[in-house]
Design a protein around this ligand. Structure first.
Ligand code: S3P
Length: 442
């Protein structure tokens, strides 16, 4: 069996969340095209509906009827965001700017994920926050959902983010919209910059200079009218690796996001000697508002991947934020590459939807892969020694969408059958994953 054909994917999840949020906080209506109706993005829609924003949904599109920076209303009930970490964390930034109290609740898995990285800077800005607190095994404590937050009267801060996280950066920038003065975020390693691009598109007072972002408080946002969400590169990653490792394959993925802060996987696959062709579009399809060659443009293109003989590589700590969500599927690629692949500084994988270092290495080792996790001071590295072919096995998704999708691609490369215990979790980001994968099978 090989994979052959051409696909167009649902819009990028990170961009879609931000389009809803800024659409709600701006003057004017925003039509969001190619909106991905996955569970996570729908939780963002529902959260803003609860906060008094009218949002209409059609087949592929969403219209947000913005009420301006100070137009949100107190939700009559708790705001439940399921397992959507991006909704939870970015919403905390927005709610920090509101003079009313909100209670944000999450499902079981998200309720175990760390929130102190967000609540700490928001408290420094003046937000009143009560979170579930637990002592850490090491020193100090961590905070988790549910969280009650009441804000207003925020003051600008200058903040160096202690973890490389676009969610932390974005929550502070969103709170900064409501603060008195200029809020500054300094990143030690640059993370995805969708918030910065979209804030520029909505005419916020934002300046970006290398790893330093400054935002003016109190300045209103103006909708560009229309936003086209490019295909999600994180979803494309599964088909790219599948085409690369399954002999006789050739897959074309059209209209996918090529945002430079997200294309780490393309660079790594090229280093692994994958036959991959990237064709950037010179004009953004169907959206004048996203601009072309402007700072706010989200670059789009087509990607063609052919099956290849993969070779191991080293992925540096600095590259990790640009491919953080692609590490599970890159571990699959590394498992069947010739030689050694080292992923440096991957500790953040421990606090994703599940501990992905554990979920992916346990599963892949069951299938015959050679994987070691090594400590180097404060950092964790994954070392993969490639084997020729994996063996089918019974594996677990741990309720994590990216583990489930990565293991199904591993299963296609393997001899014999692979059984994954629970695949319903893929609807978190990519409900159409199996339908599209089946359409490519020759
Ligand atoms: C996201 C940022 C990343 C990523 C997540 C989406 C975003 O999380 O893993 O899937 O949209 O900002 P961190 O910022 O926690 O690394």
């Amino acid at each position: 069996m090989s994979l052959n054909g051409e696909v167009c994917l649902p819009g990028d999840k990170s961009i879609a969340h931000r389009a809803i949020i800024l659409g709600a906080l701006s003057q004017g209506n925003t039509r969001i095209e190619n909106f991905p109706f996955n569970k996570d993005c729908c939780f963002t829609v529902q959260a803003f509906q609860k906060l008094g924003i009218k949002i209409k949904t059609n087949k592929n599109n969403v219209i947000v009827f913005g009420k301006g920076l100070f137009g949100l209303k107190r939700s009559a009930t708790d705001i439940f965001v399921g397992d959507s970490g991006t909704t939870y964390r970015l919403l905390l930034g927005v709610l920090a700017g509101q003079s009313f109290a909100s209670r944000l609740v999450a499902d079981k898995a998200l309720s175990k994920r760390p929130m102190l990285r967000i609540t700490a800077p928001l408290r420094l800005m003046g937000a009143d926050i009560i979170a579930r607190r637990k002592k850490k095994q090491s020193a100090g404590f961590e905070e988790y959902p549910p969280i009650t937050i009441k804000g207003g009267n925020l003051k600008a801060i200058t903040y160096s983010t202690p973890v490389a996280s676009a969610q932390v950066k974005s929550a502070i920038l969103l709170a900064g919209l409501f603060a008195e003065g200029k809020t500054k975020v300094i990143e030690s390693v640059k993370t995805r910059d969708h918030s910065e691009r979209m804030l520029q598109l909505f005419k916020a007072g934002i300046k970006v200079s290398e790893n330093v972002i400054t935002i003016d408080g109190g300045k209103g946002l103006f909708s560009p009218g229309k936003i086209y969400v490019p295909g999600d590169l994180s979803s494309a990653a599964f088909f790219m690796v599948a085409a690369a490792i399954i002999p006789g394959s050739r897959v074309i993925i059209n209209n996918v996001s090529l945002n430079p802060s997200r294309i780490g996987i393309l660079n790594v696959l090229k280093r692994m000697r994958v036959d991959i062709k990237i064709c950037p579009h010179t004009a953004c399809r169907s959206s004048a508002s996203l601009g072309v060659n402007t700072p706010q443009a989200e670059p789009i293109g087509d990607i063609i991947v052919k099956s290849s003989c993969l070779k191991g590589t080293r992925v540096s700590r600095k590259e990790i934020p640009s491919l953080i969500d692609e590490l599970p599927i890159l571990m699959v690629a590394a498992s069947v590459a010739k030689g050694k692949t080292i992923f440096n500084g991957v500790g953040e994988l421990r606090v994703k939807e599940t501990d992905r270092i554990k979920s992916m290495s346990e599963n892949l080792v069951k299938m015959g892969a050679k994987i070691k996790v090594e400590r180097e001071g404060n950092f964790e590295n994954i070392v993969v020694e490639g084997v020729e072919q994996l063996n089918g096995a019974i594996v677990k998704s741990y309720g994590d969408h990216r583990t489930a999708m990565s293991m199904s691609i591993a299963g296609l490369q393997a001899k014999n059958k692979t059984k994954i215990d629970d695949i319903s979790c893929v609807s978190k980001s990519f409900p159409d994953f199996f339908r599209i994968l089946n359409s490519l099978k020759g």
